[in-house]
Design a protein around this ligand. Sequence first.
Ligand code: PRP
Ligand code: URA
Length: 208
Amino acid sequence: MEAVILNHPLVTHKLSILRSKKTGTKEFREIVGELSEFLCYEALKDAELEECEIETPLVKMKTKRLNENKYAFVPILRAGMGMIDGVLNVIPNAKIGHIGLYRDEETLEPHKYYYKVPKDIENREVIIVDPMLATGGSAVDAIKMIKADGAKKIKFLCMIAAPEGIERVQKEYPDVQIFAAALDEKLNEKGYILPGLGDAGDRIFGTI
Ligand code: PRP
Ligand code: URA
């Protein structure tokens, strides 16, 4: 499935602040939240609505609404937690799973340290959130775990994607659609995205 890269002046503006090394933790978190909201909004473009009847102050009308019980967000710890408030602004009643993965600094291989998702995950559309899609190793492992639990419709939202990461996810899981605020140039020799924004977890949690 084709990756969706948000193409909007406001997104470019917010990303410029996010990327700057002068931006502090508070503003960094706020912008990750705002961009997460935009990404989730875009990812719901294909959402199926259910018919319902409501009453305006004037008349009854037939309309449609989202069944929020059909969604689960799954942040990849720890940086993915920075996106949760933003996506919950869009679907406040979604359930939340957690996948703990850290990338070995030498091998760049992800290591799992936590996994807990809603029991009925197979009946939900799953939206994985992680600010960075670099080599794609963490995303692929997370998707594998969620698929093993029976989830059929999975999307992946990130702030910045590298071409290498998009290619890997698309190759291994062509049915998982990626939504990114930006597509960057490449990875450096340490697996960091260039130009990127640095270490997303460190910048969100102030552990630099
Ligand atoms: C970062 C990021 C992704 C991963 C991306 O997490 O948040 O999870 O790296 O890299 P990949 O695409 O090459 O797998 P990190 O492992 O640094 O952990 P953290 O969120 O705890 O800082
Ligand atoms: N993880 C990050 O936090 N930043 C990168 O550039 C790559 C992986």
